[in-house]
Design a binder for this molecule. Structure first.
Ligand code: EPS
Length: 401
């Protein structure tokens, strides 16, 4: 139903975003989009670049007087750092051969691929002898574009009472020991925390391990959770592989640079337990009202190990997606590699980088999950204009088996 494309190099003039398939008549709050962009820039462990950038969308098309037209929406996000990179990254002018100092390093010293990065495979794939031709687009700078697009998806879904939250549950060896909080409490606490952790004592330990990694010139990954409340029953499907929502969501989250694993609900832990300990038993309350959110009628569960998905569809419970991101592959204490020109043993290139991006991942994952849910929501309820979608959604909510 929707398609989106992003373009732009990390140190080029900026990012370009196109969203096709957004229905007409959706009111867009630009401050809200920019607020989402600012959330992604935060987090203890981010590098020097985030002190330079102030990400904001510059609307180009598809929105008139604050409402969507049903035509392609496009935005630009400027890279403020472009100012410092024009020589090295210019689209038209040739590379100057007289750069000196740090600039010379960024311009001419790009032949030692970082283990764990796209550098080597990308160079072999595209026949590049300058790794900057790979690393500029492989950079997670692109995730700013995803967050802006996801902000539109969230604003659409918000019209139907669908709400998002996310938080970090592990940084390196420090793990959050379980929690029992409402979505609004999770949001409130994680938003205040510099590592998006809901528990202050655990947050302190997380900050400490990141600080330790910074001192050791190393990087750290983590695990985070995205939670979505208010989804109607029956988004996605079970009839073909490509309609199953679990697969679509996992693919979306795995598309975020450095994600190495995705779980739904109890995830891998289900494999260690008996069926009787895993499946969420079904109950019915005749007067139904207190369990009747989003057309569930009086059906309810006491647990949510399935994480809101059964048979490739939403089941009306909270969606729970957990993802693991590996540590950033640019290390200030570089790992062994081979120079692609000389074929001699070397150490990897060192670029300015972040030490931990798990808190920022939360925001990006919310965005790609929102875009995926936006797509299946339109698939179920129509896609041209908000009136038709609203009517179809209401019919579905009112329906009782
Ligand atoms: C990144 C390296 C760093 C990050 C960047 C991703 O950028 P720089 O090389 O300019 O210091 O800060 O992330 C962003 C720019 C961003 O907006 O998230 C990398 O190599 O992937």
């Amino acid at each position: 139903m929707i398609r989106y494309l992003t373009a732009g190099e990390s140190h080029g003039p900026g990012l370009t975003l196109i969203l096709e398939g957004c229905p007409a008549g959706l009111a867009i709050d630009f401050d809200e989009i920019n607020y989402e962009l600012s959330r992604r820039q935060k987090g203890y462990g981010r590098g020097g670049r985030m002190k330079i950038e102030r990400d904001k969308v510059i609307p180009q098309s598809g929105i008139r007087h604050g409402k969507t037209l049903g035509t392609p929406i496009s935005f630009l996000i400027n890279n403020r750092d472009w100012e410092n990179w024009q020589d090295v990254m210019h689209s038209v002018n040739p590379m100057p051969d007289d750069l000196t100092g740090q600039k010379a390093k960024l311009a001419y010293d790009n032949t030692r691929p970082r283990p764990g990065h796209a550098d080597l495979s990308g160079a072999i794939k595209f026949h590049h002898d300058d790794l900057r031709n790979v690393l500029e687009r492989a950079s997670a700078r692109e995730t700013a574009a995803k967050v802006a697009l996801g902000a539109i998806a969230k604003q659409f879904l918000g019209q139907f009472g669908i709400e998002f939250g996310s938080h970090v549950v592990r940084i390196g060896s420090v793990e959050l020991e379980g929690y029992d909080l409402s979505l609004s409490e999770i949001r409130e606490r994680s938003e205040k925390s510099e590592v998006r952790c809901v528990d202050p004592a655990t947050e302190e330990k997380m900050v400490a391990v990141i600080r330790e990694a910074i001192v050791k010139k190393d990087s750290l990954g983590g695990v985070y959770e995205v939670l979505v409340d208010g989804l109607p029953v029956g988004l996605g499907g079970y009839s073909q592989a490509d309609v199953r929502l679990d697969g679509k969501l996992a693919a979306a989250v795995m598309s975020i640079p450095s994600v190495k694993g995705v779980e739904v609900g109890m995830g891998f832990e289900t494999a260690r337990r008996h069926g009787s300990e895993v499946h969420d038993q079904i109950y019915y309350d005749k007067d139904g009202a207190k369990h009747s959110s989003k057309n569930k009628g009086g059906f309810y569960r006491k647990t949510n190990n399935a994480g809101g998905l059964e048979g490739g569809m939403t089941n009306g419970e909270r969606l729970v997606i957990r993802a693991a991101n590996k540590p950033i592959s640019t290390l200030y204490q570089p790992l062994d590699t081979v120079d692609i020109k000389t074929k001699e043993a070397a150490v990897a290139i060192v670029e300015r980088t972040d030490n931990c991006v798990t808190p920022a991942h939360c925001v990006v994952a919310e965005a790609v999950i929102a875009l995926t849910l936006f797509d299946v929501f339109l698939d179920k309820f129509g896609h041209d204009n908000m009136d038709d979608i609203q009517a179809a959604w209401q019919r579905h909510i009112d329906f009782e088996i």
